[in-house]
Design a protein around this ligand. Structure first.
Ligand SMILES: Cc1cc2nc3c(=O)[nH]c(=O)nc-3n(C[C@H](O)[C@H](O)[C@H](O)COP(=O)(O)O)c2cc1C
Length: 222
């Protein structure tokens, strides 16, 4: 064993199988109520809640425990406005010139277009960055591993935590979104991964009618 290894006792959080099974039923019910929303109210969300949600995301597993993520939480109206302008510019070009016919057809049932009012309406934006390599304090580059998988898992934790706390979000990925690095003042080793507006739904908030695949469609048991 490497002489750099240090172990400590694993404190298992014990749950009886009966309680675990019940918990899963409750969690399934809650998970099924989650939807991506695109119409937010201006009801404020305390910063403490956003901090805890980021803390939860940052507990995620990651390749070699490199934790290749960075979260920028934005409540500043002027920064949100800047992000909205830049995102709408990119999205307008995307919808008008870059989108393929197949992609356009796949988006039609969602009713989306280049107008992104959720960016300025939601009280918070969490911009998630993926660190493609580590930059040490002395400017040395160090390798990261499985960055996309790691950040994807962290964002999954984050979305579930938001939902369990009664908050809503949208996974928003304007393409390209490099403008976020400059607006959020992040270094060159980081790539924007996703924008998550966070808040409560507007009173008249609608969501597209969609269905989810069944257990049989998404799994095999061998
Ligand atoms: C990686 C990823 C990127 C997405 N990008 C966008 C986006 O740019 N704009 C948008 O309106 N929705 C986006 N969505 C939201 C999806 O359209 C939405 O999750 C899907 O229709 C299922 O709806 P639900 O989240 O309510 O279950 C994205 C979702 C994921 C997971």
């Amino acid at each position: 064993m490497s002489n750099q290894y240090r172990g400590e006792h694993y404190h298992h959080r014990e749950v009886s199988q009966a309680d675990g099974a019940n918990q899963l039923k409750d969690d399934l019910e809650i998970a099924r109520q989650r939807r991506s929303i695109r119409h937010f109210s201006d009801q404020p969300v305390p910063r403490d809640m956003i901090e805890d949600i980021i803390r939860i995301a940052a507990t995620a597993p990651s390749g070699a425990n490199k934790q290749p993520w960075y979260f920028v939480a934005i409540s500043s109206k002027s920064i949100k406005r800047q992000i909205r302008e830049a995102a709408e510019n990119e999205e307008k070009t995307f919808y008008e010139t870059k989108i393929t016919p197949e992609w356009r057809a796949d988006l039609e049932h969602l009713g989306t277009d280049f107008v992104k009012e959720h960016i300025t309406d939601a009280p918070w934006l969490i911009v998630v960055f993926r660190q493609d390599y580590e930059l040490t304090e002395t400017g040395e580059r160090k390798k990261n591993y499985y960055m996309t998988e790691s950040v994807g898992i962290a964002v999954g934790f984050l979305i579930q935590a938001l939902h369990r706390a009664g908050l809503c979000t949208l996974t928003h990925t304007p393409a390209p979104m490099t403008f976020l690095r400059e607006i959020c003042k992040r270094p060159l080793n980081e790539k924007p991964f996703v924008i998550l507006p966070v808040g409560y739904p507007a009173e008249d908030c609608e969501v597209p009618v969609i269905t989810k695949k069944s257990l049989e469609e998404v799994s095999d048991f061998l």
